[in-house]
Design a binder for this molecule. Structure first.
Ligand code: GRF
Length: 203
């Protein structure tokens, strides 16, 4: 059983797709963490009775800090931390504590269209303005630089008929909802092999 923590800031459609598509026998979403008090992702977590933490680097009532989460995750032996639309930069000491254990889903084909400020519609606008014909989604490990960690998997999609950044966003989100549960299931089946130079996904 893979024990994960999911970090969210918004709609939580990726959280929902993982919750709905990965077998409950293989996956335990132990907690959902957010920097935003009011977001649909948190409402979904409460509805499903998943324990919630609000996190902030600054002292704030009702919020825990990242040190607290490190202790908690270590105590409960969390195997994997998934950033699914989490919009805050994670502090370096948290990333160091969980090397090769934090993954992110990004709505473009990295290494293009990543980095600071490249989130949400900003990404799709840049892709649209560059007149790209193909876009996609990337699941990658998180390191200390935005969208820079090793790529685990990507899925491409033809966007040549999209008439706006919003249309691209919709098309890409649909494939995120396939790619992310697929990868989480591969982690649960221990079919993601990490070597120094490569990441392999076994059949
Ligand atoms: C997704 O496009 C994801 O790639 C990005 O933020 C968006 C989150 O959507 N990191 P949701 O909150 O999962 O619906």
């Amino acid at each position: 059983m893979l024990k994960i923590a999911v970090f969210v800031s918004g709609k939580g459609s990726n959280l929902k797709s993982v919750y709905n598509k990965v077998s409950k026998e293989k996956l335990n979403i132990c907690t959902v963490v957010s920097n935003k008090e009011d977001c649909s992702a948190l409402s979904f977590a409460s509805e499903k009775e998943i324990p919630i933490f609000l996190v902030s680097e600054k002292e704030k009532e009702g919020f825990v800090d990242y040190l607290f989460l490190i202790n908690e995750f270590q105590k409960f032996s969390i195997d994997l931390i998934l950033l699914a639309g989490f919009l805050k930069k994670i502090p370096d000491y948290f990333i160091e504590a969980f090397e090769n254990k934090i993954i992110n889903i990004h709505p473009a084909l990295l290494p293009k269209y990543g980095g600071k400020g490249m989130y949400g519609l900003n990404v799709h606008r840049a892709v649209f303005n560059a007149n790209e014909k193909i876009s996609g989604a990337t699941v990658h490990f998180v390191d200390k630089i935005y969208d820079n960690g090793k790529i685990i998997a990507q899925r491409k999609i033809d966007i040549s008929h999209a008439n706006s950044p919003e249309e691209i966003a919709e098309q890409v989100l649909n494939i995120e909802h396939e790619l992310l549960p697929y990868i989480i299931e591969k982690f649960a089946d221990m079919k993601i092999i990490i070597t120094d130079s490569k990441i392999k996904i076994l059949d």
